[in-house]
Design a protein around this ligand. Sequence first.
Ligand SMILES: [Zn+2]
Length: 202
Amino acid sequence: MVDLIPSSDTVMQILKRTGAFREGHFVYPNGKHSPHYFQMPLAFRYYDTARVLAVALSRKFRVDRDISSQLPKVSIVSPSSGGIPVAFGVRDALSAQQIYWAEQEADKRRFRQYINKGEVNPCIMVDDIIRSGNAIEETDALVKELGAPVIGCGAIVRFTSATDKLGAVPIRSLVEFDAHMYDEGDECSDCRKDVPVKHVRF
Ligand SMILES: [Zn+2]
């Protein structure tokens, strides 16, 4: 039987090969040190890879009867620019009718102007990576303001430290990643070995 959803290991191999998963001594904007960093758009720059990842994620939604019974009158919604290629790929795989995405504008997350209440189909929210869960929670509030229910949520990678539910909706992912974050200094094994740091933007 064909393996319809690639294993977490297979997905991690894709992310490594494309440079989206990186190992080193990284400093995050919040000052935390980590031996790992995900730069997900590097995996989505290759059309074939983007397609494999988005189709795999779409299968996690299609198996849900509540979701599949509402297709194609569904919106695929991304909380940010990183999730846009995921949203288009998942939309294609599910033949969903609509796509929306939010953007950060002067530190506030919003949809573009002139999207009216009642125009948005029930939503499946997708992102490339869920680190804290803040982006999807903020977008969930925006979607609800527009009068649309969220019926599904997922990402290619979810940090296990982030929430695994959005209200009653489970968050589906291809990889559940146990991210290690340390304070600078003795706690960080790379600091102890004087490994030069790389600062990452977000
Ligand atoms: Zn360090």
